[in-house]
Write a protein of this length. Sequence first.
Length: 168
Amino acid sequence: MTAHPESTLIRPFNSPLECGLRMLFVLDASAGQASDLQRLISYDYLLVHSGDVVGGPESLHPAVPFRGGELLIKRNLVYAGLNQMYSRELLLKTFDVTGILYQATALTSAFLKLMRTSYAQALRQRSSWIVEHFGMFSDSELGQYMSENVGRWGGEFEQLSVLNELEL
């Protein structure tokens, strides 16, 4: 059996396509509000790890150790995903003095209505929750919230491994 070059492997999870689709749900829930890349990176983390927020809904993705580090690698994935969605005219990209902003369109909503799986429904619910709870945060307030909490998200695994090493 011949090994496939890495470029031919299909990567369905945490791919630009998956991130771009998640961002469509968030932008659609934002009801016309434009968002910059940094806000959308934070929203993507909160979307899949909503259980990390006190009082938040159960997380869509499993709790993995040191998941707060995902914020450092999400930038390129989310950016590439947004560009894929833009290339398919599923979102609007505008430019202003602060940089590039992304926004849902009527086509975004129409496209998302075609998605009826339980995962799509969970994305809709959590996207609405994110906009409701974090949409009023300024960019600096959201950045501060993420900075204050990212170090402890996933840290429970570190605590468990320390406890396992204790001799009682």
